[in-house]
Design a binder for this molecule. Structure first.
Ligand code: ADP
Ligand code: MG
Length: 470
């Protein structure tokens, strides 16, 4: 067998497998596998899609059989999740998404006035706006009725009534969606107005870079800072996402204050979103806090079960997936605190049932979403969100390759808590963090050991555990 390379064996086996599994399974999950090694009768392939490990369990026998036939002896087939492949796929997907947006904009170009086109292009490229986040796609319930209504009012008449509009509430409850919906609405209905969407984190980084670049030469500093200021003040509508991230960063707070004053005095609209109300900004100077409060405060609450079901029904319709009512009710009752998680569960379920012909029963759904009665509502995603908020970093950073000391620290703590507070296995926690299960094991062990010597760390863990349990 030595003379046949791993690649050759796989290529031959794939021909056989193709004939014996459903087309979609082959296309989505088997074809992208990368042959890796063949040792001790175990043929190992790598996947960048964490779900493939679960999905291909069903086809394990079929694939092993094909490999055995090609090799002329009993072979055991194995799929292993690989972080690098995952990153590669993500990169390709991002590239495809960019292409798609480019195409979308090119199509629009034909029908839109120039200014509308420029505005949209600016939004899409600078701000990574999500085309899905529009008012049309926002399900209104008692929990967000007010925030939705005032966002609409602001979008229809920016700079007039509620300025600033300050939207606040817990993670995954639709704040970013509403903020971007305002942006999209203005661009489509008031094409002459210039809209800028910025995440507070980007604002901070941009400021730090502008200050740093200007350090070397006298004169350069002013130039860089002027460029920075122009960028945020030369707009009609400024949308700032996750403003809580600037709390306690004095220089950024000062710059935000100045930006606010300049825009507000010129009658330009500002909208903030935040995970807490202005009075909970403990380390922020009063003069900025009062600016946050001088317009209108609107909170978004956790949606009730009917709204959560309505969101699932809308998702099902948009994706052409039929889910029975009892399943919708079940999912809506499990994911009762965070719409991002509800959507995540829906995506998992729809990916699974679109390629596996299984009956859509609650039992099956429980398996797909990894539901366990004990674990109830504590989820890894929830832990990531809470830990990220606690350390003032973003949940995306925790899941990314960002290596800054602060992010890495928050990530390790979140991994430790995920292992301690949920029933999830190391690999499945690894999937949530986009990391290998060995990394998860290492981080868990490290925090466990460090806690004994580090009182601050132990105190953080205690406080976070309480937050997560509530
Ligand atoms: P937040 O910024 O408050 O953390 P997001 O705006 O990112 O939350 O919302 C998380 C996900 O849930 C997004 O995909 C968003 O589209 C979806 N979502 C939130 N609220 C609603 C809603 N009322 N209707 C439809 N989708 C919603
Ligand atoms: Mg958000």
């Amino acid at each position: 067998m030595e003379d046949k390379s791993v690649k050759e064996i796989w290529e031959n086996a794939v021909q056989l497998i193709k004939e014996n599994v459903p087309d979609t399974t082959f296309k989505h999950w088997i074809n992208p596998l990368v042959p890796h090694s063949f040792e001790d009768n175990c043929f190992c392939t790598l996947t960048g899609q964490s779900l493939a490990v679960l999905i291909l369990e069903k086809n394990q026998k079929e694939i092993s059989k094909a490999l055995s036939k090609v090799c002329g002896k009993d072979v055991y087939f194995k799929v292993v999740y690989n972080e690098e492949l995952h990153q590669q796929i993500e990169k390709e997907q991002q590239k495809a998404k960019k292409e798609e947006q480019k195409e979308f904009i090119q199509n629009l170009e034909k029908n839109l006035t120039t200014s509308k086109y420029d505005g949209l292009k600016q939004m899409q490229s600078d701000c990574k706006l999500n085309l899905k986040y529009k008012f049309e796609n926002f399900v209104v319930g008692a929990n967000n009725k007010f925030a939705h209504a005032v966002s609409m009012a602001v979008a229809k008449d920016p700079g007039k009534q509620y300025n600033p509009l300050f939207i606040y509430g817990g993670s995954g409850l639709g704040k970013t969606h509403l903020l971007q919906a305002i942006g999209h609405y203005v661009i489509f209905h008031k094409p002459k107005l210039k809209v800028k969407y910025v995440k507070a984190e980007e604002f901070i980084n941009d400021l730090v870079n502008s200050l740093a670049k200007g350090m070397d030469k006298a004169g350069e500093k002013n130039k860089k800072m002027n460029e920075f200021r122009d960028k945020y003040r030369n707009v009609d509508v400024l949308l700032v996402d996750d403003i809580q991230l600037i709390e306690g960063k004095a220089r950024t707070e000062e710059e935000m204050f100045n930006t606010f004053e300049a825009l507000h005095n010129a009658g330009k609209q500002i909208v903030f979103t935040s995970d807490r109300s202005p009075d909970k900004f403990e380390n922020t100077p009063d003069r900025l806090k009062t600016r946050f409060q001088m317009g209108l405060l609107a909170d978004v609450q956790v949606p009730d079960i009917e709204t959560r079901m309505a969101i699932l029904i809308k998702l099902s319709q948009d994706n052409g997936i039929k889910l029975p009512t009892n399943v919708i009710e079940f999912l809506a009752s499990v994911y009762n605190k965070n719409i991002r998680e509800l959507e995540g569960a829906f995506n998992r379920v729809s990916a699974y049932i679109s390629i596996n012909e299984i009956p859509i029963t609650i039992e099956n759904i429980k398996n797909i979403i990894g539901y366990s009665e004990k674990r109830n509502t504590i989820t890894v995603e929830g832990i990531i969100d809470i830990t990220a908020g606690y350390y003032n970093v973003s949940p995306e950073d925790i899941k990314s390759t960002n290596r800054s000391a602060k992010t890495a620290y928050a990530r390790q703590v979140a991994i430790y808590l995920a292992k301690e507070m949920t029933e999830e296995s190391y690999p499945s926690i690894g999937n949530c963090f986009n990391r290998k299960h060995t990394t998860v094991m290492y981080s868990h062990q490290k925090v466990k050991t460090d806690m004994n010597a580090d009182r601050h760390l132990a105190a953080d863990i205690k406080e976070l555990t309480e937050k997560i349990n509530n």
